[in-house]
Design a protein around this ligand. Structure first.
Ligand code: PLP
Length: 393
């Protein structure tokens, strides 16, 4: 097959049209001052009490909230709320220690999302493009658009695994155009991992000087023994960085803290593009969260149990779910999802936004037992029971 045909037209050949397509996406995860955006293109302001009553399965958050230890650390740090020059709780040191790396290789930011933005600002200058799989975390493509850059998207395989040989071919074919490779594993929205062996295959196959960002936002939820962190690749004398977040397993999404483990040269290049604005409170919370392995193990166990239970029920109803290793899943509802999402909203259940071109797949976050039961009740009412399972995830 001609290599070019494997690359998404919408992402590269489609150029400006694609860029505009992504530009029009309304980030559903954006919380407005006193309200919340309920989904793509439908900004609805909600009062806090209305928001609290919803089943929030749209943003892959941790529904249990920060642990007692983390809350205690953050509460104590409030005494610095009036300061600029506050101590930072030793967050960079704690992250470095957690991974067994040097502090100079730790780059913290207000969420790992900020690092994706900064990476685009740093590496997509001069018309360079991002190389990624499709589907993947759409916010990166929105950043790409806001920097008037473009994406080369390699379609995932029919089972939603990322096409590593396809990414390698694209990296080689468009070598001069590519600013960096973005690889999300487990991938959002599918939940599928890239194995340790596949990461190695990718890195061995692409030009050694091509920057790579491996997004491990959902690292903590993976069970598959073929998966491993890519942090060791950061120290192979090539521009590879790995991003992590405190928003998922540590339940600090609203507090904004994430980091990259990266070579010092990459950190030096990216530093000018960050604001460095991270709250005193979350720095202390982050340190406590790193010491909170027991709580995180509990969150993982409960989340995976509920994911398995819910997806088994969907399978019984005849719906196919991509095999997920994260705190969300991607179910094929076999009908256009924008109206389905609206129907869920009417029933007080927020579910994920569309991830074009998969307009019949719904991304659902794993919430509490109560939220999952609300989801299933709504699902049965909204999506009539199928007689036969669909063939492809
Ligand atoms: N990367 C992925 C794959 C995500 O799904 C998210 C959030 O949903 C982020 C990064 C951003 O996380 P945060 O900015 O909260 O650290």
């Amino acid at each position: 097959m001609n290599n070019d045909r494997r690359f998404s037209r919408r992402g590269f050949v489609g150029g400006v049209a694609t860029a505009l397509g992504y530009l029009t996406l309304e980030p559903s995860s954006r919380l407005w001052a006193q309200g919340v955006t309920l989904g793509r293109g439908s900004r609805v302001e909600l009062a806090a009490d209305e928001y609290d009553g919803l089943a929030k399965l749209a943003n892959n958050e941790n529904p249990y909230g920060p642990s007692d230890n983390v809350m205690k650390a953050m509460t104590q740090a409030f005494k610095y709320a009036n300061r600029y020059g506050y101590p930072d709780g030793g967050i960079t040191e704690a992250i470095a220690k957690h991974h067994g790396v040097k502090e100079e290789n730790v780059f913290i930011a207000a969420g790992s999302g900020e690092i994706l933005d900064v990476a685009c600002n740093t590496y997509l200058r001069g018309g360079r493009k991002i190389l990624s799989s499709e589907p993947s975390y759409d916010v990166i493509f929105q950043h790409v658009t806001s920097y008037k850059a473009d994406s080369i998207k390699v379609p995932s395989l029919p089972d939603f695994r990322q096409d590593i040989p396809g990414l390698i071919r694209a990296a080689r074919a468009y070598r001069r155009d590519i600013g960096f490779v973005y690889l999300c594993s487990p991938n959002n929205p599918t939940g599928r991992i890239v194995t340790q062996q596949e990461i190695k295959q990718l890195l061995d196959g692409i030009p050694e000087d091509m920057p790579v960002l491996i997004d491990e936002a959902y690292f903590h939820f993976v069970e598959d023994p073929e998966y491993a962190t890519s942090i060791p690749h950061v120290f192979e004398d090539r521009p590879v960085m790995v991003t992590r977040t405190f928003s998922k397993i540590a339940a600090l999404a609203g507090m904004r803290l994430g980091y990259a483990i990266a070579p010092t040269e990459m950190i030096r290049d990216m530093r000018p593009y960050t604001t460095g604005t991270i709250s005193a409170v979350v720095k202390y919370g982050g340190v406590a969260a790193l010491n909170d392995a027991d709580n995180q193990a509990k969150v993982k166990r409960v989340t995976l149990e509920l994911r398995k239970k819910t997806t088994a029920e969907l399978a019984n109803l005849g719906y196919t779910v991509a095999p997920s290793e994260a705190n969300f899943f991607f179910v094929h509802v076999r009908r256009p999802i924008p109206p389905v999402i609206d129907e869920f909203k009417k029933k007080g259940v927020l579910v994920g936004r569309p991830f074009p071109p998969f307009m019949e797949h719904l991304r659902v976050s794993v919430g509490t037992a109560d939220e999952m039961s609300r989801f299933l009740t709504a699902f049965k009412a909204i999506v009539p029971q199928a007689r036969t399972a669909s063939k492809v995830g």
